[in-house]
Each structure stands twice: as C-alpha cells, then as structure tokens.
Design a protein. Structure first.
Length: 150
C-alpha cells in the first residue's frame, strides 16, 4: 500500500481530471503490492461501486496512455497493471509464475540492466524498458511434486 502517493495530484500532473472512477481505479492499482489484472481491478471496484467493465478498461487504457500506470505483460495475451515509475515508485522488474500466473514485483536492485550502454549503441529511440523473469514461484514449487526434487 502506498502512503506516499497523492493520486489526485498524479492525475492532475498528467493533465487528467481526477474523476471519482479514475481515482478509485488508481487507488486500487497503487494500493496493491503486486500488479493486478483488469479483472482483479474490476472485481475489487465492483464490490463497492456500480461500474461497467468497459469503463474500467477505458480508464486503464487512458491511464496507460498518459503514463500514470504501466501495462505489464504477464504471459500470453494477458496484462497486469501497476503504477508507472514515479518519485515514490522506482522502475523495477517482475517475476511471472508459469504455473499459477501470479505476477510479483521484484526489488529494483535485484536485476541490474546497463540501459545507458544499450541507449548509446542502439540506433533507435527506446521509450520503455520492461524486465520480466519467468519461472515457478515458491508456492508452486512447494505444491507441485514435479519440482520437489530441486
């Protein structure tokens, strides 16, 4: 849970009106310790609000477009959403479990990427770097007999 972010200010800085639905979706995304799927966000919001699923997807698309949240690839064609890097949330890698589909945030210092070297030698413009490690999480390792010999 983020006690440092002012979601109202984040929206205004991104030239977005802080509408009640935008604020609620941003709070759900920002107050979680892992990236969430659109379905997770919709289900959480619909527990307390009457909202259309399409509205949730449109707001997520707008927040991604304005750089407020990141759309994070989570295997296959599905995506999860987390706060975009800001002064309270540094860019960080993620771990995707191939068995249960869980996506977790990793420590920013856990994976070191020499992005400056890549930028110097790459002939194009790099707009975003996304690092995702895929494997099997500790819960699946514990529960799956196939991996019990490791």
């Amino acid at each position: 849970m983020c006690h440092h972010c002012n979601y109202n200010s984040i929206l205004k800085t991104s030239e977005l009106s802080p509408t009640p639905n935008r604020l609620k979706i941003l709070e759900i995304v920002g107050n979680n310790n892992r990236p969430l799927s659109a379905q997770d966000i919709f289900e959480t919001l619909s527990r307390s609000e009457e909202i259309n699923r399409v509205t949730v997807y449109r707001i997520l698309d707008l927040l991604v477009e304005k750089g407020v949240i990141d759309r994070i690839s989570s295997g296959g064609r599905s995506f999860h959403y987390g706060l975009a890097p800001n002064k309270n949330h540094p860019s960080h890698p993620h771990f995707y479990c191939k068995l249960c589909g869980n996506l977790e945030c990793l420590n920013p210092e856990g994976v070191h990427l020499e992005i400056e070297q890549i930028i110097r030698t790459f002939p194009g413009v790099i707009e975003k770097v996304e690092v995702r490690l895929d494997g099997v999480c500790k819960i699946c390792l514990r529960n799956n007999k196939k991996f019990s010999n490791h």
